[in-house]
Design a protein around this ligand. Sequence first.
Ligand SMILES: [Zn+2]
Length: 187
Amino acid sequence: MKLTAENALRELVAGNLRFVEGCQTSQNVAINRAELSKGQSPIAAVIRCADSRVAPELVFDQPLGSLFVCGVAGNIPTLEIIESIEFSMQHLGTLLIVVMGHSDCGAVSAALHNEVVEGVFARVALAPVPDLDECIAYNAEQGINTILGTSRMIEDAVKKGIVQLVAGVLNIETGVFELVAQTKLSN
Ligand SMILES: [Zn+2]
């Protein structure tokens, strides 16, 4: 099956369901390493928070080589992260970009309570409503706008309907990854 942003997203949603139900199928075993040594073709790029409870390969039940993961506290698409994702699009054919927020995010909480005023934490986007869960979802969603406003290459690919950006929030307690925003694909 030809990889599209749509079926990549479908695979992540299905993998998350397996994770939630404890029915993981991805195996990261020695026999796969020989294959991996020949190259990678990740189905998606993921911008994750540095939080130790957030591991995209586990949450989406994917093997090594399947996800191009970039991380920073607060899952902020910094310039370096956006450049890394451009690389994955250009050289690895990535068509789906996921901004992955999560419940109980310390970076968003710190920003919400004005505990930090500079650095990457200060770039957390806060929702008009001063509620942690609202802000976590809002910050993930705003990640899409930051990427589109920073990278002409990604913006063009999204406008052509080839590349899709999605934002979602992982509920650490249930394991459910819930989409909160996504760009349109051409059909
Ligand atoms: Zn976090």
